[in-house]
Design a protein around this ligand. Structure first.
Ligand code: C2O
Ligand code: CU
Length: 484
C-alpha cells in the first residue's frame, strides 16, 4: 500500500517505513514543522481561563491551502493550550466533555492528590459525555508537565488530546525567549484524515502505532523563526502515543537543564541526540549560534537513518546577532523539593517487562502466551485498558518508605515506563550507575536492558505504572502500586 498521492508539500520528505514500525510498508511523510501562528497560543498565558473543553476540532496541519484534519482538541486546538501556573499555588481547572465518549485528564508528572490523577475507574469515575469535572491541586514542583486523556487513550491521544502544563519557578533562568514544542505524531490517510484501526494487535506487539506525520504545536510544515545570538529556553514534550524520538540539532549545542520537568545538571545530550519517549519532556537551553539567513534542521533518526526526518527547521532572520557572545548567565534551574530516596533502607522490587513480538524487526516469531487479548505483561500479569476500578496493586508500599524499582526488560522492544504521582531518581542502567543526577517520571528502557530507579513512596493512593507507548499500556504493560 504505497501512496504516491501524498498530501505532502515539497518541503516534506517521503520515507518508507519498514516492519520495525509495523506500518506495513506504507509511505510515511513527515514534515519540517514548527510553531508559527500558534506560537503565541503556545507560549502565552492562554490557560488563564482555567477551563478546558474536550471536543472534536479541526486542525490545519499543513497550512490554509490543505484540508483540515478532524481531531479531538482541548478548547478547539490540538495540542491543547499551554497552561502556565505558578509553583506552590492552588490551581483548578474545569474540564468539560463534549467528545461524545467518556474521558478524563491525567496531569502527567505532577505530584498531586490521588483523586486528581485522572485515571478512570481507579482514581475517579470517567467524565461522561456532556459532563464535567474540576481538577484541583497545588503543584509542588516547577517544570514542564503534560496533560492528556487517560480514557480510551490510544484513540483520544492519537486524535490529539494532549497539551503542556508549565509550572513556573519563582525565579526562572535568564533567557531571551521561551518556546514550547508539543510534538505529536499522526497517522493520516491520503485525505489527511486520521486513519482508523486503533489497537491493531500486530502493532501493539511491536513498536506501537507510529504515525506518518509529525507536528510541532499542531503544525507540520512551518519553520521556526529565530534570531542569531538569542538564548532560548525550549520546552519539548513528546506527546505521541508511540513514536520515540532522538532529536539532533544541526549546527547547535543544546544544553539539557531539566528532564521530565525535574532540573538536572546542565549537560549536552549523549552523542548530541536527545532521546524522548512518549510522555517524556526536556527543557533545553539553546544558544542561537547559527548564521543569519540560514536554516538548521532539528532531526529525528530514532528508527534509523532510513526513517529519519526533520522535526523542525530553525529559520534565522537575516538580522545580525543580537549579541556578540553567548550569554554567560547560569542555566542551572532551582531544585524541586523532591524527597531524597534513602537507599540504605530501600525495599527493592523487580518489574519484569514481558511479551511482545519476539526477535524484533518484523520477525514473526510469535508472541508469548498471554491470555485475554493481552500482548504484554508485567511480572506475569497483564492489566489492560486505561484504568479500572479495583485494579489489584502489584506492590503495597508503606508511606515514606524508599522503593527501589528494578525494571528488567525481557522484551525486544523499547518501553518508556511511567509512574504516576511521584518522581523517581534513575540509578543504574545494566548495573552501571548513571553518571549524573537524573530525576523523572518516565524512564526509557532499552530492549533487554535493566534500569533501576528509586523514589520515596510519599504520596498515598493507588498509582499506575505503565509503558507510555499507549498500545503497549492498553495491551498489558501496566500495573498499579499502592502507597498506604
Ligand atoms: Cu501520561 Cu498513565 O500516563
Ligand atoms: Cu512499551
Amino acid at each position: 500500500m504505497v501512496t504516491n498521492s501524498s498530501p505532502a508539500s515539497n518541503r516534506r520528505q517521503l520515507l518508507k517505513v519498514g516492519g520495525a514500525l509495523a506500518v506495513g510498508g506504507a509511505l510515511v511523510m513527515v514534515g519540517a514543522l514548527s510553531i508559527r501562528r500558534r506560537q503565541t497560543l503556545a507560549a502565552g498565558p492562554s490557560g488563564s481561563s482555567r477551563g478546558l473543553t474536550a471536543a472534536p476540532a479541526r486542525l490545519r496541519l499543513f497550512g490554509e491551502q490543505r484540508p483540515a484534519t478532524s481531531v479531538f482538541g482541548y478548547n478547539g486546538a490540538a495540542p491543547g493550550p499551554v497552561l502556565r501556573i505558578p509553583q506552590n499555588k492552588a490551581f483548578h481547572v474545569r474540564v468539560e466533555n463534549q467528545l461524545g465518549q467518556d474521558t478524563t485528564v491525567h496531569w502527567h508528572g505532577v505530584r498531586l492528590p490521588n483523586n486528581m490523577d485522572g485515571v478512570p475507574g481507579l482514581t475517579q469515575p470517567p467524565i461522561k459525555p456532556g459532563g464535567d469535572f474540576t481538577y484541583a491541586f497545588t503543584p509542588p514542583d516547577a517544570g514542564t508537565f503534560l496533560y492528556h486523556s487517560h480514557d480510551n487513550s490510544l484513540e483520544q491521544i492519537g486524535r490529539g488530546l494532549a497539551g503542556v502544563l508549565i509550572v513556573e519557578e519563582a525565579e526562572p533562568i535568564k533567557v531571551d525567549r521561551e518556546l514550547v514544542w508539543v510534538i505529536q505524531d499522526w497517522r493520516l490517510d491520503d485525505g489527511l484524515q486520521i486513519a482508523g484501526r486503533f489497537g491493531n494487535r500486530m502493532e501493539a506487539a511491536m513498536a506501537g502505532r507510529v504515525g506518518n506525520v509529525v507536528s510541532v504545536n499542531g503544525d507540520a510544515t512551518s519553520p521556526v523563526p529565530v534570531r542569531a545570538g538569542e538564548r532560548i529556553r525550549l520546552r519539548i514534550a513528546n506527546a505521541a502515543t508511540a513514536r520515540i524520538m532522538a532529536l539532533a540539532f544541526e549546527g547547535h549545542r543544546p544544553v539539557v537543564v531539566a528532564l521530565d520537568g525535574q532540573p538536572c545538571d546542565p549537560h549536552e545530550p549523549a552523542g548530541g541526540r536527545l532521546l524522548l519517549g512518549p510522555g517524556m519532556r526536556a527543557d533545553v537551553v539553546l544558544d542561537l549560534s547559527g548564521e543569519p539567513g540560514r536554516r538548521y534542521a532539528v532531526a529525528d533518526d530514532f528508527y534509523g537513518d532510513q526513517l529519519g526526518y526533520t522535526v523542525a527547521k530553525l529559520a534565522y532572520e537575516d538580522a545580525s546577532p543580537i549579541r556578540a557572545h553567548p550569554l554567560d548567565s547560569p542555566v542551572r534551574l532551582p531544585a524541586n523539593p523532591l524527597p531524597a530516596p534513602d537507599l540504605t533502607s530501600a525495599e527493592r522490587h523487580e518489574i519484569v517487562l514481558q511479551g511482545g513480538m519476539m526477535g524484533g524487526m518484523g520477525m514473526m516469531g510469535g508472541m508469548m502466551g498471554m491470555g485475554g487479548g493481552a500482548t504484554w505483561a508485567i511480572n506475569g500479569k497483564s492489566m489492560t485498558g486505561d484504568g479500572a476500578p479495583g485494579m489489584p496493586p502489584l506492590l503495597t508500599l508503606r508511606r515514606g518508605r524508599t522503593c527501589r524499582l528494578a525494571f528488567k526488560n525481557e522484551t525486544a522492544w523499547w518501553h518508556p515506563m511511567h509512574l504516576h504521582g511521584h518522581a523517581f531518581r534513575v540509578l543504574t542502567r545494566n548495573g552501571v550507575a548513571v553518571d549524573r543526577v537524573i530525576w523523572g517520571d518516565t524512564v526509557l528502557v532499552e530492549p533487554h536492558q535493566s534500569v533501576e530507579v528509586a523514589f520515596v513512596a510519599a504520596n498515598p493512593g493507588d498509582w499506575m505504572l505503565h509503558c507510555h507507548i499507549v498500545d503497549h499500556q492498553v495491551s498489558g504493560l501496566m500495573t498499579t502500586i499502592r502507597v498506604a
